[in-house]
Design a binder for this molecule. Structure first.
Ligand SMILES: Nc1nc2c(c(=O)[nH]1)N[C@H]1C(S)=C(S)[C@@H](COP(=O)(O)OP(=O)(O)OC[C@H]3O[C@@H](n4cnc5c(=O)[nH]c(N)nc54)[C@H](O)[C@@H]3O)O[C@H]1N2
Ligand SMILES: Nc1nc2c(c(=O)[nH]1)N[C@H]1C(S)=C(S)[C@@H](COP(=O)(O)OP(=O)(O)OC[C@H]3O[C@@H](n4cnc5c(=O)[nH]c(N)nc54)[C@H](O)[C@@H]3O)O[C@H]1N2
Ligand SMILES: [Mo]
Length: 691
């Protein structure tokens, strides 16, 4: 018995993906009955990916957490008992007050990109913990190395307009797998191919994307920096340069030329595992093509030299002048185009100034070490939201040991009972994107997208912002900034009136659901130089790195774990493991729901036939993948899609759905990248045996 005609509500895909789709939700009788990509938003183009097309599975899953709970079992066991919101909030406020009376820095917020929304991801949460004087969190787990390498060279997270790439003639897809992780961006790359562009994929394995490109080059993981240096050497030696662009728009060319003088293809060949001929022809082809584009992604920044690798690659288009063309240049992220006032959203000024208590920052990537080893003060409470650290952080045995500390007070705010939730003392139910207000920038295109609640919260679920308003009240905080409404935060999230202002007013954004940034179309950001670096030039010689006391020039930073850089370790653990995003998961989101688990078919390990034969491994057998840090199990997929010496396990599985209670992060390393304090997930030696 329908009482009202169905209505359509505008929404934004909240997930950590460069595509940030605009969506339309059909609601009938208070229930969301259909979700689809907005047809009028150019980048979304009416389509959703295989995951979010089934977002209603997630919203209405019987696994949703529907009311607050407290732990009754052991930590990690996952046994809980229902309590009221009042009891949950009072418990948290009491514990926080007790701890803060000694030193509030013993309280740690822990969040990442469960939602990329500016309201639910970085507003009242940050304001609350700033006001409390809690430890600050350095959010490094994904992109901090590459982002810094890019920034040192280009100045900000700005690059080629992803809609302009269709006119490119040569495209290097480098350390990314857009068919899986940037599907809407892939549509434009494919259109370029249809118009005659040659696509070259640089990836240690034949990914879904590599299979659709004209050429696939498979370097050893973590060696992209050497490949890019050798390309520069060839461009310079063969004079495939745009001298006018270099003279007017770059800094430090002479020093760069000297630095790469000996980085010949013959030098790079044994490091990368590619032949000198292949490297030389790649460089020559790159130097000759106009316009040429590099679509890089963060896959290549998850290694010890990840920051410098991105930096070296970012130098290439300035040498050839590819930035002159809207379709040329390079693209890592578009996020720096958005006029977002992070300070106004997050209000770091609320942090109390206390004698002898400077703010303390914890690197999220190494949360296991922090929980087990941090002193002055030790971490006594952790509040996790928008993240699943027990499953996604490296070296998970350490992470689990940290979360298992009996004296640690742990709050988890979640939609589902994740691996992390199992360690909570207080577990709070969170709303899905269809149940709260938000507004989004993105890192993969040039449109802002708005999100409106389509349905009432499921059960007693509450948005992040609402929980922080309630906690602020219980803590006795009085600052109005801690109680601002979601609507007001959304309306003020984008700075209006500056050069890169939104092309629409907040009212129009709310009405239409999306709006393109006020940038020319097509947009060639550095055609006339004007790089957002201190010098205004593309900095081959980086003033930023020099000021940080680091090598100011492009350099070779080898992987931490490889046969060339660490032969002793490789003698025991000869295979390089990479664990890239699985098509049907979004990090660990979706990986608990049957539809997506079935589609992935269980944890698997791709291994080359020669490596399998040497270990007596047959296709389909259960394997134990191990090193000194730990082990996980997966089913063998014997395939020529990976190069000899490299094994691949699409990720990130929930530990509790993996059969053996571990996922790939049981073996990944918690060493840090060369810059930005990032993670080295794909820089990891293992051995493999039949389980
Ligand atoms: N379906 C799906 N989409 C996603 C995600 C997901 O989990 N699932 N995750 C999202 C997130 S959080 C992010 S950060 C983005 C991007 O996430 P990224 O981690 O950049 O992942 P991909 O774009 O899939 O690119 C990874 C590719 O890099 C390759 N690779 C690994 N190591 C190296 C290396 O050393 N050198 C080179 N050249 N290649 C290497 C891998 O084999 C893989 O094919 O994707 C987002 N989109
Ligand atoms: N081995 C390996 N490990 C990896 C990677 C890899 O490629 N290989 N990728 C790394 C990368 S790139 C990243 S970005 C990280 C990602 O790590 P995370 O950002 O932790 O991503 P998810 O695993 O998706 O966990 C996000 C959680 O937030 C919850 N959530 C969503 N919306 C809300 C909300 O509104 N409120 C609250 N309270 N919770 C919400 C979701 O239910 C989900 O459980 O993982 C990293 N880990
Ligand atoms: Mo990420």
């Amino acid at each position: 018995m329908s009482t009202a005609p169905p209505s359509i509500v505008r929404a934004a895909c909240p997930h950590d993906c460069p595509d940030t789709c605009a969506m339309e939700v059909t609601v009938a009788d208070g229930r969301a009955v259909k979700i689809r990509g907005a047809a009028d938003m150019p980048f979304t183009n009416g389509a959703l990916c295989t995951k979010v097309a089934h977002y209603l599975d997630r919203v209405y899953s019987e696994q949703r957490l529907l009311h607050p709970m407290k732990r009754v079992g052991r930590k990690g066991e996952g046994r809980f008992e229902r309590i009221s919101w009042d009891e949950a909030l009072d418990t948290i406020a009491t514990r926080f007050r007790d701890i803060a009376a000694d030193d509030a820095r013993a309280i740690l917020p822990y969040s990442y990109a469960g939602t990329m929304g500016l309201v639910q991801g970085e507003s009242l949460d940050r304001r609350f913990f700033h006001r409390l004087g809690a430890s600050l969190l350095d959010r490094t787990i994904c992109a901090s190395a590459g982002a810094l390498g890019w920034k040192a060279t280009i100045g900000a997270s700005i690059g080629t307009d992803p809609e302009a790439v269709i006119e490119a003639k040569l495209i290097l897809i480098w350390g990314g797998n857009p068919v899986v992780s940037n599907l809407h961006g892939w549509r434009y790359l494919q259109e370029a191919k249809r118009r005659g562009a040659k696509l070259v994929c640089i990836d240690p394995r034949r990914s879904e994307t590599a299979a659709k490109c004209d050429v696939h080059l498979a370097p050893w993981p973590g060696t992209d920096g050497a490949l890019a240096l050798a390309m520069m050497q060839v461009l310079i030696a063969d004079d495939l340069l745009d001298h006018d662009y270099i003279a007017r728009h770059t800094l430090g060319f002479a020093q760069l030329a000297e630095r790469v003088h000996d980085c010949t293809p013959e030098w790079a060949a044994p490091l990368t595992g590619l032949s000198a001929d292949v490297i030389r022809s790649l460089a020559r082809e790159y130097g000759a093509a106009t316009p040429s584009l590099i679509r890089l992604n963060y896959g290549l920044n998850r290694c010890a030299g990840g920051g410098m690798a991105v930096r070296n690659i970012a130098c290439l288009p300035a040498l050839t002048g590819a930035w002159r063309y809207p379709a040329g240049g390079a693209l890592l992220s578009t996020s720096g185009n958005f006029p977002i006032d992070h300070k106004a959203l997050q209000r770091p000024d609320l942090y109390p100034r206390q004698e002898g208590r400077p703010p303390r920052t914890i690197n999220m990537a190494f949360i296991g070490d922090a929980l087990l080893e941090a002193r002055d003060p030790p971490i006594r409470a952790i509040y996790v939201y928008n993240s699943n650290p027990v499953a996604v952080a490296p070296d998970s045995n350490r992470v689990k040991a940290g979360f298992a500390r009996e004296d640690l007070f742990c709050v988890v705010h979640e939609l589902f009972q994740t691996d992390t939730a199992d360690y909570a003392d207080i577990l709070l139910p969170a709303t899905s994107q269809l149940e709260h207000r938000d507004v989004h920038g993105t890192y993969g295109h040039l449109y802002a997208v708005a999100n409106f609640p389509a349905i009432a919260p499921q059960g007693e679920a509450r948005p992040n912002t609402e929980v922080f308003r309630l906690l602020a009240e219980r803590m006795g905080f009085a600052e109005p900034a801690l109680f601002e409404s979601d609507e007001n935060i959304a309306a003020a999230a984008f700075r209006l009136g500056d050069r890169r202002a939104l092309g629409v007013t907040p009212a129009a954004l709310a009405q239409r659901g999306w709006g393109r940034l006020n940038l020319p179309q097509p947009f060639a950001p550095f055609a006339e130089g004007s790089f957002p670096t201190p010098s205004g030039k593309c900095e081959f010689h980086s003033s930023l790195l020099a000021a940080m006391g680091q090598d100011p020039l492009p350099a070779w930073h080898p992987p931490a774990e490889s046969p060339v850089s660490n032969p002793a370790l490789a003698a025991r653990y000869p295979l390089a493991l990479i664990t890239p995003p699985a098509r049907n998961f979004l990090n660990t989101s979706f990986a608990n729901l049957p539809r997506f688990r079935d589609a992935e078919g269980g944890p698997r390990l791709q291994i080359h036939p020669d490596d399998a034969a040497a270990r007596g491994i047959a296709d389909g057998e259960r394997l134990r993948i191990h090193n000194d840090r730990g082990e996980f199990h997966a089913r063998a997929e014997v395939t020529g899609d990976v190069r000899r010496g490299v094994v691949v396990s699409p990720s990130v599985w929930w530990q509790k759905f993996s059969g053996d209670g571990n996922n790939a992060n049981a073996v990944t390393s918690s060493a840090s990248t060369d810059m930005g304090g990032g993670t080295i997930f794909y820089d990891c030696l293992v051995e493999v045996a039949r389980a």
